[in-house]
Design a protein around this ligand. Sequence first.
Ligand code: ADP
Ligand code: TRP
Length: 321
Amino acid sequence: MRVLSGVQPSGTLHIGNYFGAIRQFVGLQDEHECFYFLADLHALTTVQDADRMRALVRELAAGYLALGLDPARSVIYRQSDLHEVTELNWYLSTVTSMGLLQRCHSFKDKVAQGVVPSHGLFAYPVLMAADILIVRSDFVPVGKDQKQHLEVTRDIAASFHATYGREVFTLPEPLIQDEVAVVPGLDGQKMSKSYGNTIDIFGPEKPIRKRIMSLVTDSTPVEDPKPTEGSALYQLLKIFAPADERRWVETAFAEGGVGYGDMKKRLFEYFLATFKDARVRYDELMADPAEVDRILAAGADRARETVAPLMDDVRMAVGIR
Ligand code: ADP
Ligand code: TRP
């Protein structure tokens, strides 16, 4: 089966990105033909500063590789290197109704957060459909928040098929991991760079420790049992704790006697243990940009070969060839 997914280089990688997306990408490499890209064109809807864009692309590429995406097994590329995506985007946009896009939550949510309601932001789901349909992917691993975009992708593919009377695309299915559907942030809301409540994966230890120690908790005294309902600290401990420490977490909350400060220190230790190797590898990759560029260029070449037959079918179907 073919798998495709992408992450926007629109901010520093945080643990929500890892548990909600990248960890799943890594696991799928064993059994599937995987395509993982950096959605830099999508990121232009929010990042409009060239130097920052270049830096974020570099960080995300290093992050992908450090966290275990393997160029020997997966095709790893930059969206903007695959020009066919923007060509397909146009064909798809001509069979996409305004109403379909008007129903998308993510557009409304981003505008509510203060993002400029540009045409690009409105048409974001069409470009995403192009990303997915262009490699004929069967599965798309994403967080819950992207589920609607997958439905829109299927609707757009079906509309193209109905308009041109040819079935050129594969209708993709989302792969949503239920256990960690939404990773909570420091304040208990969904962890997201736009809420400023993230725990970053890379970068110096000290500020990360400080962020973890600032996790919002209630005022239950040390000796009392602690409520688990709605507790971000509890959820994060459960996500990070190695199998043999899960009981400790349950007992600490159920029986009391452990203060929130100690629990947060434990969380920081779990964090470091989880990402120790990745953090070393990330620093190495950040120090060797030529190696990262080489991997991305090779990935783009492989992606281009893969999409060529589909693009021929599409051009034939619309009468451009
Ligand atoms: P952010 O919300 O910080 O802007 P993105 O929208 O760039 O993050 O998300 C990139 C990927 O990480 C997506 O697949 C998304 O579903 C996943 N993701 C982001 N935040 C979380 C979270 N808190 N819990 C689970 N998955 C998440
Ligand atoms: N919209 C996705 C996000 O914000 C990123 C993305 C762009 C994507 N194109 C995609 C994800 C195609 C999966 C498949 O996380």
